[in-house]
Structures are given as structure tokens and as C-alpha cells.
Design a protein around this ligand. Structure first.
Ligand SMILES: NC(=O)C1=CN([C@@H]2O[C@H](COP(=O)(O)OP(=O)(O)OC[C@H]3O[C@@H](n4cnc5c(N)ncnc54)[C@H](OP(=O)(O)O)[C@@H]3O)[C@@H](O)[C@H]2O)C=CC1
Ligand SMILES: O=C(O)C(=O)[C@@H](O)[C@H](O)C(=O)CO
Length: 281
């Protein structure tokens, strides 16, 4: 496994396993299989409603705690200093982990300043090894950085071949923030898995489109957390460290940029309303 070193010295595996949209009833099985395959980095969130199942899989695995990197996130309905603290305690209990490796503000809405104070305190107390954000546009990230003590270690944002975020990555790097991709496969939208450009690179390397996409992101220094409920795909997505894309391959992928989010535009006021309707409990 390769690691990136976050701005506070914590090491984060560049490849993890995401569990969004895995039903709670299937999550323990999926995470157990992912751990068997070799994943040591799991990405969940309170709003995914499967933290308890993630915790069960971790406990059953017998893997030493220090070998694992677990991320969870505080949802919008728990924004604010006291609410975010209480949300962390609930997540910690569900996961069965006193210490979480990375705790993120999930969305840039609500009292994110209050939430950040709670995260800073949790970090100081050693309950979370690193703190960060998700879905923060650059101006909101800059504001959070300018008016707080701890610089977010990570910003987890939609990033894939159709929304590449080179400029955002450069801005974040300048501030000491690690970019992490959510939906590295764009959840298969725009026929990503049969895209002719990606398929041609995949054929040349005797790899799959999924492997090319993950490799392209990792070679750019982007952390990836692909999701799959299928063991064969977990294995495929994990097997990306035995080949390298040439500069010419990297450059060809840049032609696929579509210039806009495929899922949620966090700058659109309608996004706030839609996400406010999503509940944790
Ligand atoms: N912070 C945020 O706001 C967000 C965070 N995330 C995080 O990012 C993670 C990944 O993003 P996610 O939205 O799940 O989407 P992904 O881009 O990881 O795509 C997942 C989809 O691709 C399929 N798939 C996976 N591997 C392969 C493969 N090798 N070949 C063909 N199909 C494949 C899966 O199907 P199947 O399962 O059937 O194999 C599933 O339909 C999430 O699980 C979550 O942890 C996601 C969204 C938002
Ligand atoms: O998946 C996530 O991490 C998200 O933030 C959103 O996709 C959210 O959970 C949602 O449910 C949107 O409908």
C-alpha cells in the first residue's frame, strides 16, 4: 500500500474502501471481505447508517487497530459545536472505536464553524487523529482556514475522469489540504466503464477501466475510496500497484473533462434544500 502524509504527519492509505449505499444488512459482509482482500482504509459516514456494521466487521477481523485507517463524517443535522461533539460520540460508539483516524464535516452547510471547533477539540484530545472536510468549494475552504487554528487535513470531493479538479487540487495543495476523491468511477455514470478512451488505455496495459481510473487518480496524488459489494471487483480495484500509466495516458484522460458535477452542485442553493432533507437517524 502507498500512503500520503497529511498536514499533521498522519499517514493515510491512498486506496480505501467506500461504503455509501451499501445497505446496513450487507455492510458487515462487504467490509469483512474488503479487509480479507487487503483494504485497511474504510470510508463511512453517520448518514450512511452503516457505521455499526463497519464496526462489527473491524472487530471480527482481528486486524491490529494501528493497521487500520477509518474515516467517518458528521452530517448537516448535527452541525454546531455541541451537536457535532455528540454526533462524534454516537459514531465512535457505533464503530466500536475510541479513536477515529479521520473525522470530516460532511457538507459545507449549517454551523460549520461550530462543528470545526468540536473537531479541533476532538483532535486535541486524541479522539480523532486528523480532521477535515468534504464537499467544500475552494472559497469556503479558504474561509475556514483563515479563521481557524487547524487547517483541514483533507477535502473529500467528487473527483473522476469527467470532473478532474486539477485547479482545485492545486489550490488545496497550496493550503496543505489533501484532496480525496469520492465516486472515483462516477458511480458508472456517462458509461464510464465502457468509455472508449479509458478502454483503449486499459487494453494497452492489460488492465480494466476501473483499474486505469484508480491508477490515474493515485498517480495524480488523489486518495481514492472505490465502493463495490462484489468481492471480484474489490480485488480488481485493489490490484492497481503493479503498473504505471505513461505521461501520454495521463494526458489523454484529461480530454474527458465535462466541467461540472454529475451528482450535486454544492454552489447551487437547491443542493442545501435537498441535503437538508436527508436524515441521519
Ligand atoms: N463525501 C461525500 O459526499 C461522498 C462520499 N462518497 C464516498 O466515496 C465512496 C465511493 O463513491 P461511490 O459513490 O460509492 O461510487 P463509485 O464511483 O465508487 O462507484 C461505485 C459503483 O461502481 C460499481 N463498481 C465498483 N467497482 C467496479 C468495477 N471494478 N467494475 C465495474 N463496476 C464497479 C459499483 O457496483 P457494485 O457495488 O455492484 O460492484 C457501484 O455501482 C462511497 O462509497 C463513499 O464512501 C460517495 C459519495 C459522496
Ligand atoms: O454519499 C455521501 O457521502 C453524500 O454526501 C450524499 O450522497 C448524501 O449522503 C445523500 O444521500 C444524497 O442524496
Amino acid at each position: 500500500m502507498q500512503f500520503v502524509t497529511l498536514n499533521n504527519g498522519v499517514k493515510m492509505p491512498v486506496l480505501g474502501f467506500g461504503v455509501y449505499q451499501i445497505p446496513p444488512s450487507d455492510t458487515e459482509r462487504a467490509v469483512s471481505e474488503a479487509l480479507e482482500v487487503g483494504y485497511r482504509h474504510i470510508d463511512t459516514a453517520a448518514v450512511y447508517k452503516n457505521e455499526e456494521a463497519v464496526g462489527k466487521a473491524i472487530a471480527a477481523s482481528g486486524i491490529p487497530r494501528d493497521d487500520l485507517f477509518v474515516t467517518t463524517k458528521v452530517w448537516i443535522s448535527d452541525a454546531g459545536e455541541d451537536a457535532a461533539r455528540a454526533a462524534f460520540e454516537r459514531s465512535s460508539e457505533k464503530l466500536g472505536l475510541d479513536v477515529v483516524d479521520l473525522y470530516l464535516i460532511h457538507q459545507p452547510f449549517g454551523d460549520v464553524y461550530g462543528s470545526w471547533r468540536a473537531l479541533e477539540r476532538l483532535n486535541e484530545e486524541g479522539r480523532v487523529r486528523a480532521i477535515g472536510v468534504s464537499n467544500f468549494p475552494n472559497d469556503r475552504l479558504a474561509d475556514l482556514i483563515a479563521f481557524n487554528r487547524v487547517v483541514p487535513a483533507v477535502n473529500q470531493v467528487e473527483t473522476h475522469p469527467f470532473l478532474q479538479r486539477f485547479a482545485d487540487q492545486e489550490f488545496m495543495a497550496g493550503e496543505g489540504v489533501q484532496i480525496e476523491s469520492w465516486a472515483p468511477f462516477a458511480e458508472g455514470r456517462n458509461n464510464l466503464f465502457t468509455n472508449p478512451t479509458l478502454s483503449s488505455i486499459a487494453r494497452a496495459h492489460d488492465k480494466s477501466v476501473a483499474q486505469v481510473v484508480l491508477r490515474w487518480l493515485i498517480q495524480r496524488g488523489v486518495v481514492v475510496i472505490p465502493k463495490s459489494v462484489r468481492r471480484d471487483r474489490m480485488e480488481e480495484n485493489f490490484d492497481v500497484f503493479d503498473f504505471e500509466l505513461a505521461d501520454s495516458d495521463m494526458a489523454v484522460v484529461t480530454t474527458l473533462e465535462k466541467g461540472e458535477p454529475l451528482f450535486i452542485d454544492h454552489r447551487d442553493p437547491a443542493a442545501v434544500d435537498m441535503l437538508k432533507g436527508v436524515t441521519v437517524e
